[in-house]
Ligand binder design. Structure first.
Ligand code: ACM
Length: 773
């Protein structure tokens, strides 16, 4: 389930121009270390070089719109990413040439020699990708604005897969057009070619349908939950068809096709809110503000089928690509099961169960799309009632759906959760913004192989490619969206474009650095999570406090660069001591560290680790562990619409309990707990029975502070019971203070809320232990 837990200081210091040299050649390294992502099919280094300086000239036949577009994009990328102004000229040294002998619309040859650079391709996309490769060759980020010498090379390149996709959910949180444009620009730079827009869900309908204006008048706006800083805020938005046509054209110029998704028959509450007679039970729900799975279903009676065909007509008029996505996921069928009208329709059609009805419905639309020379794709649930011949499958519940469908000769796209769910955090760092807590690192994405083992070579052609999905329940701002997409998009690009034999994570780490710099120069937020220094104590916090000595281990998630540190609070430089072994420090020292690449550039923002006694006694929400029965599945923001990246709360949404791990309870005498009240806005459908009810004994429930709560068989010691204030009148955040019992050693302390499960959800922001009462 998308929303639920049980399913799974500034920017980088601008890389300063340390090298004063006027000409910077790419260092003579292994040929696979040209600064290219994704890695091309074949690179042949030849003798000589070609220097590009301000005013370098490009020739593209003005009557060749594809070549002219590729030239424009090359000029734009090189200007932004390398600070060099190229210009068009009839006798340019950079040339775009059509050649039908280069097979494949996306294939190209790039030749660089002393006379210039030549990009040869048969298709528009090939010319564009040749241009993007050349832009990458020109733009390692050093000596910005200075002339640049490219070593002579011939690159022959073509993609492994035709579907290299990214999905953006703009239904849960509406994402502005400029933020979508920014993503389109940067998908093109790494040769991703499919943008799937999730345009409708329970929480919003984002596509203007002229025949059904209430879809956006009513369905695009929702009211925020009653718990939060601004309860009742109206939020939303939609795109007009004109806006989307412009976006489609802009994307097409960048080699990107947009696949629109309207989600049916589940995830349809916004549709039913706008047109209740297209629902099943006849009532008028609100546009939902609860994430997850909600019960409202679309009614596939004659009126509903006609409605969808009209919507499809309007979608097809805006989106010219082959595929239209019609959802099909997570439709709990209770409303269909209990509707006499739907049951009568099933009887009339001779359909035996609700999955069969979903299958019939998908086929109605698949056949309709096929009659217009288009194709339907849906989430893998559409397999459940028998997959209609007209449908292709996007496999998200692992790879099973893809294997089954491909073996039945259907085309498939791999987007398995959790690996390719980009709303999953990429590290367990405290400073990650909200998302799912199932960590999918840069390496995890890079190591994903989109051709499942269960698909034989004779069916391999049915694997169109792979796609990452960015669901937006907890993603509100462009910063948050970009942070989750980049740099993992580079790994996605490489696993979908480059041959399997080209997979080389160490080489990728080297090649992705200049791409990160290019993206930052373009104004994107790019996460440095894989390269930032993280700190762990060798031993417990209690050991450090008792011995007055902290042994601190420094590491980066991805093995890249040399970690350098300071102990005086200063920003580390390439001359700071290199980390070679755990640092043994007296509590109170501030450690600040960053990894540096071979040329002395920092590859992440330096991170600070405080070893003071108070810091060692404090745990924030993201340091909490699960209470024994639970699991922490989500990192939640304070409110549904919160735009900040902090505070965040690691939470088990089935139980309002988290634990302070290994609290040094013999050192600590008292505690302060900062508490936040969050909305409990999850549609849990049949999983609601998993929500733990703890029975309150005071009107609004209590916070129980329980020592030794995670020891099997032991009865926890109650260190405090704090009645919770009235949620209608108390502030959203409040504090309780208490004393700890005299117990020795390091003990887990559970913080269990017993409030009613209707609403709200309580979470711990911070627990601070004190050495005095
Ligand atoms: C999905 O995550 N429900 C496709």
């Amino acid at each position: 389930m998308r929303a639920t837990a049980n399913r799974n200081a500034g920017r980088l210091l601008a890389a300063t121009a340390l090298l004063p040299a006027l000409l910077c050649a790419i260092p003579a390294r292994a040929q696979d270390r040209l600064p290219l992502v994704p890695q091309p099919s074949a690179i042949t280094r030849t003798a000589g070089s070609f220097t590009i300086a301000n005013g370098a000239t490009i020739t593209a036949d003005a009557s060749d719109t594809g070549a002219a577009a590729a030239a424009r994009l090359l000029i734009a990328h090189v200007k932004t990413e390398r600070g060099l102004a190229l210009q068009t000229s009839p006798k340019g040294t950079i040339r775009f040439v059509r050649d039908a002998a280069i097979k494949g619309a996306e294939a190209y040859r790039l030749t660089v020699d002393a006379s210039g650079a030549k990009i040869t391709a048969s298709g528009d996309a090939g010319l564009l990708y040749g241009a993007m490769t050349l832009a990458q060759l020109i733009s390692p980020d050093r000596a910005f604005g200075q002339p640049f010498r490219i070593p002579a090379v011939t690159i022959d390149d073509a993609p492994r897969f035709g579907w290299r996709g990214l999905m953006v959910d703009t239904a849960r949180h509406f994402q502005s057009l400029p933020s979508i444009y920014a993503i389109v620009d940067q998908m093109a730079s790494v040769k991703l070619n499919t943008l799937h827009l999730h345009l409708s869900d329970d929480q919003g309908w984002r596509f203007e349908v002229k025949a059904y204006p209430k879809l956006t008048e009513i369905g695009s706006i929702r009211t925020s939950p009653s718990t939060g800083e601004k309860p009742g805020t109206r939020v939303g938005g939609f795109y007009t068809q004109d806006e989307l046509r412009k976006l489609v054209a802009y994307a097409a110029e960048r080699g990107i096709v947009i696949v629109p998704e309207i989600d049916l028959p589940g995830h349809a509450q916004a549709l039913v809110a706008a047109y209740p007679d297209l629902g099943v039970i006849g009532d008028t729900p609100e546009v939902s503000n609860a994430w997850g799975v909600n019960p409202y279903l679309f009614n596939p009676g004659p009126k509903g089928i006609a409605f969808v065909k009209t919507v499809l007509d309007e979608l097809m008029a805006v989106f010219p690509g082959t595929y239209i996505h019609l959802g099909g996921d997570e439709a709990v069928k209770d409303q269909w099961e209990r509707s006499p009208e739907v049951q009568a329709q099933m009887a009339k059609l001779g359909i035996k169960d609700e999955n069969g009805l979903q299958s019939w419905m998908i086929d109605q639309f698949g056949t309709y799309l096929a009659s217009k020379k288009r194709r339907l794709i849906g989430w893998d649930e559409i397999l459940e009632g028998g997959l209609p011949a007209s449908a292709s499958v996007m496999s998200w519940r692992g790879e099973k759906g893809a294997v089954e469908a491909a073996n039945q000769n259907h085309d498939v796209v791999l987007s398995p959760a959790p690996t390719l769910y980009f709303d999953s955090l990429q590290s367990d760092r405290r400073d990650e913004p909200p998302g799912r807590l199932s960590i999918q690192s840069l390496a995890t994405v890079y190591n994903y192989e989109p051709m499942p083992a269960g698909i034989g070579p004779d069916k391999a052609q049915h694997v169109l490619g792979a796609q990452a999905n960015l669901w937006s329940e907890y993603i509100v701002t462009p910063y948050q969206m970009q942070h989750l997409i980049f740099p993992r998009a580079a790994a996605l690009a490489e696993i979908t474009w480059s041959g399997k034999d080209k997979r080389d994570f160490a080489g990728f780490l080297d090649r992705v650095q200049p791409q990160i710099q290019r993206w930052r120069k373009s104004g994107l937020e790019v996460a440095d999570s894989a390269f930032a220094v993280g700190y762990t104590l060798d031993g417990t916090h209690g050991d450090a406090l008792r011995t007055n000595r902290a042994k601190v281990v420094l590491a980066t998630q991805a093995p890249y660069g040399t970690i350098r540190y300071t102990l005086d609070g200063k920003v580390p430089t390439a001359r700071s001591p290199a980390y070679t072994a755990p640092l043994s420090v007296k509590p109170g020292v501030s450690i600040r560290a960053a990894a540096f690449d071979a040329s002395g550039q920092p590859v992440a923002e330096p991170r600070l680790f405080e070893t003071g006694r108070q810091a060692l006694l404090t745990r924030t929400a993201s340091d909490m562990i699960a209470c024994p029965e639970g699991s922490l599945g989500l990192r939640l923001p304070l409110t549904s619409e919160a735009q900040g990246n902090a505070p965040v709360f690691n939470a088990d949404i089935f139980d309002t309990c988290t634990a302070y791990p290994a609290a040094p309870i013999d050192v600590a005498k008292g505690f302060t707990i900062d508490i936040a009240r969050l909305p409990r806005n999850w549609g849990l459908a049949h999983d609601f029975k998993k929500v733990r009810q703890h029975y309150n004994v005071t009107p609004h429930g209590e916070l129980l502070v329980l020592v030794d709560c995670t020891v099997k068989g032991a009865k926890p010691v109650i260190a405090g019971t704090f009645p919770l204030p009235d949620p209608k009148t108390a502030p959203t955040r409040f504090t309780v203070k208490g004393a700890l019992p005299a117990i020795t050693g390091d003990r887990d302390i559970c913080l269990q809320f017993t409030s009613p499960t209707s609403d709200p959800f309580y979470a711990v922001e911070r627990m601070t232990l004190s050495e005095t009462r």
